[in-house]
Design a protein around this ligand. Structure first.
Ligand SMILES: [Zn+2]
Length: 88
């Protein structure tokens, strides 16, 4: 009996952690996507998508526009952050 109890307990913890990870991913994607706006370069029209980031310029995927370093510039035309506006 002790053995099966431990197996159940293991399954419970295992599945529980799976479910938590799933919900985190689900809500993170859903609400995160809602909260993290895309920003458009006013000069060239390039769109910054927080879900993608700008890995070529040290901005990992999932970085909100507000968290991008101030010295970051548009990868297409070199415009500064001030030249970007939130996409509606
Ligand atoms: Zn640009």
């Amino acid at each position: 009996m002790a053995g099966s109890y431990n197996t159940l307990k293991f399954l419970y913890i295992y599945l529980g952690s799976k479910a938590r990870g799933f919900y985190r991913g689900f809500y993170g994607g859903f609400y995160g996507g809602q909260q993290m706006k895309k920003y458009v370069c006013k000069l060239c029209g390039w769109v910054y998508d927080p879900a993608l980031g700008d890995p070529d310029n040290n901005v990992p995927a999932g970085t909100p526009f507000e968290k991008i370093p101030d010295d970051w510039v548009c990868p297409v035309c070199g415009a500064e952050k001030e030249e970007f506006e939130a996409e509606n």
